[in-house]
Design a protein around this ligand. Sequence first.
Ligand SMILES: [Zn+2]
Length: 319
Amino acid sequence: MVKYALWTNDVETTSIWHNTLRDETGLKAWKEGMPVLLDIYRRHNIRSTFFFTGHIARLYPDMVRMILQDGHEVGSHSFSHKKEDGLDALPFKAQLYQLQTSKKILEDISGQEVISFRSPALRVGENTARALIESGYRIDSSVASQRFDFFLSFGSRKKFKWLAAPRLPYRVDENNIFKKGNSPLVEVPLSATLFPYTSTTMRVFPFITGVQRHLSHRENNWNGKPIVFDIHPNEFLDESGEKRAIERRNSNLFAYLLKDVLRSKLKMKNLGPAAAPLYEQEISFYARRGYISVPLQTYCRETGLFGPLGAPTKQAELQ
Ligand SMILES: [Zn+2]
């Protein structure tokens, strides 16, 4: 059986150092972060998926174009990465706006159809599946099955649904993205073993990631589950020379110290050039074991996840 290690990238204007969205950090992500990623992928013969926010694509369209010559896939990371625009919090129509606007911007820039999606901070509501289908997406990768977020991410309450979500890629239930169904939308869950298997864990808790990679490889041998890793070009930026204020999101002093200060301290570890060798170590582990790395779209086609063309969807059956 072919083994897949899918390296995916979320491209946005988030500054990890400043803990906020900044257009100038987006510019650095383009000029300094993206070249690091593209170089690693070239040297390891990897093709991957880059999820861009519509906002950063509109600001820096050449950032989208720069991935095309290496055969990477352009995916959507919604239009806005602002907390108030999290898809789990938006009404259906506003979700459609986010999904359709970003798709249109990215298609105009890349000249390719955009069918893959990942939600900012992985925030999706049950009806996000229907919004994605109506907007013409075929793949979502926003569910991290069996991942447990203590306090490191937003929208944690909804994310309890991850604990019961299927582990292997699945066709989603149109009315509940966390469940199997027969809608045209394929969910390719992010890898997780309670802890997220992402670049944040890799930088902050490298020991945990070392354990995770062995578990993920074992699981792949057992059930073929693809490795789906998530990284950001922003993690290769060193903005530590810039003055910053830690944003206070919690009004209670204890919660402020525990969550805001601790979180923002932790998230700085191995930020900047130190992140690159850690990422390469991750990639090499799977390369040595014969995994191949393709964009999500290619993975879904090669493994038959889209099903036979014209296969009836739930909606078609109801008509
Ligand atoms: Zn993001």
